[in-house]
Design a binder for this molecule. Structure first.
Ligand code: ADP
Length: 253
């Protein structure tokens, strides 16, 4: 990255990567990685060239969701991404650690350096969409991503229990750090449960608040995702690509 006037870092542009979309959440365990994966699958099924940069160093779970575990190789000084069944290119810290269950014990600056390398030193090739699975909250790594990668769009994942309004506000601030960056919308995950016996929708965590928040901030509700045990099973088996409920089939950006 080149240093500019006031010491601000300018993101490095990769001309072959058309659109970078980052997925944010206020806290862990709300389904951010699952949503990232399902979005990537949706766009890959539409025949776009798709990549996922797993920046969630707090628990890099993307490889597991796709059942990829081959260590990444370096060719001509560039890290080669793993490729999933649908042809999604994946880069994750988990594919570099000697063993999948090794803890990540690096400190902020080291992690930030790795994330920058995941952008600049990876042979991403041509991509229509690169999805970035961010760590929850607003840690060093999140700030690094918004400073050093030209993120065009951000998506916030919440659950009905979250302080969604606060997370949306923080995310809007993050996105403003990037030239042309905007909040593409909000996904409410684990929004409700559809009882298999009577097809009735139950709002287990209370009524959904996401429409009100979306209206207040002038953003779109991209989806309300139900609690789905089948999704969990597919995720656990590394077969997220085989989950074909059309949650994001209407989504365009
Ligand atoms: P995060 O990336 O926010 O930490 P994950 O995507 O890893 O969250 O999801 C946390 C857990 O919740 C996982 O076990 C995942 O399978 C489960 N999960 C996510 N979304 C749903 C859903 N809609 N229904 C049921 N379980 C879900």
């Amino acid at each position: 990255a080149q240093e500019k006037g006031a010491g601000l870092l300018e993101p490095v542009i990769l001309p072959n990567v058309k659109k970078v979309v980052a997925i944010l959440s206020g806290k862990g365990g709300v389904g951010k990685s699952t949503v990232t994966s399902l979005l990537a699958c949706e766009f890959a099924r539409r025949n776009f060239k798709v990549g996922i940069l797993d920046a969630d160093v707090t628990g890099p779970s993307i490889p597991k969701l796709f059942g990829v575990n081959k260590k990444l190789e370096v060719k001509n000084d560039k890290l080669q991404p793993a490729t999933t069944k649908l042809g999604i290119k994946v880069v994750s810290l988990n594919l570099l650690l000697p063993s999948e269950d090794d803890p990540v014990i690096w400190r902020g600056p080291m992690l930030s350096k790795v994330i920058k390398e995941f952008w600049e030193q990876v042979d991403w090739g041509e991509l229509d969409y690169l999805f970035i699975d961010l760590p929850p909250g607003t840690s060093d790594v999140v700030i690094t991503v918004f400073q050093s990668i030209p993120v065009e769009g951000a998506i916030v994942v919440t659950t009905p229990q979250d302080l969604a309004s606060l997370i949306v506000k923080k995310s809007m601030k993050m996105v403003k750090r990037v030239k042309n960056g905007k909040l593409l919308g909000i996904v409410e995950n684990m929004s409700y449960f559809v009882c298999p016996d009577n097809q009735k929708e139950y709002y287990i965590f209370g009524a959904s608040k996401v429409e009100k928040i979306a209206m207040e901030y002038g953003i779109e509700v991209l989806a309300k995702v139900p609690i789905d045990p089948i999704m969990v099973q597919m995720a656990d088996e590394g077969k997220i690509e085989e989950y074909t409920k059309n949650i994001f089939s209407h989504v365009k950006f």
